[in-house]
Write a protein that binds this ligand. Structure first.
Ligand code: CA
Ligand code: CA
Length: 135
């Protein structure tokens, strides 16, 4: 009680992860992941949701493991009121240093082919701004 809820409920997301791991293999498939987000009231654009999923999946085996999910959540927990763009930025910052370097940027570009997408190194905050303003 008295604890102000941020836009993303981490405990709920964790429960959702477990709940949506329907075959109990400790991994989430893209569809399970999207359903988990929907379940907690998060209704991001499908394309952005998919991009986020691919970035969280750091070993690129097309599923999100508990470890991958936890690493992502650790980075996301530093954001005050995360939305889908913050989620993407945290997922894109694979080494968690708060900077999207050119290598991490290339990975994003691979899954999110927008024209005029910047390639210079930037902070995750600057990156979130680019995502919000890139049409
Ligand atoms: Ca994976
Ligand atoms: Ca980084």
């Amino acid at each position: 009680m008295g604890n102000q809820q941020s836009s993303l409920d981490f405990k709920a997301l964790q429960r959702a992860f477990i709940m949506y791991d329907t075959n109990m293999d400790g991994h989430l498939q893209a569809e399970e992941y999207a359903n988990a987000l929907l379940k907690i009231g998060f209704t991001p654009d499908f394309k952005l949701c998919e991009l986020c999923f691919r970035l969280i999946d750091t070993d690129r085996n097309t599923t999100i493991s508990c470890d991958e999910f936890k690493q992502f959540m650790d980075r996301l927990s530093k954001v005050h009121t995360p939305d889908i763009f913050d989620m993407i930025a945290c997922a894109a910052d694979a080494n968690g240093d708060g900077i999207i370097d050119s290598k991490e940027m290339k990975t994003v570009q691979k899954f999110y082919s927008k024209p005029n997408f910047p390639f210079q190194e930037m902070t995750t905050q600057q990156f979130v701004h680019v995502l919000r303003t890139t049409k």
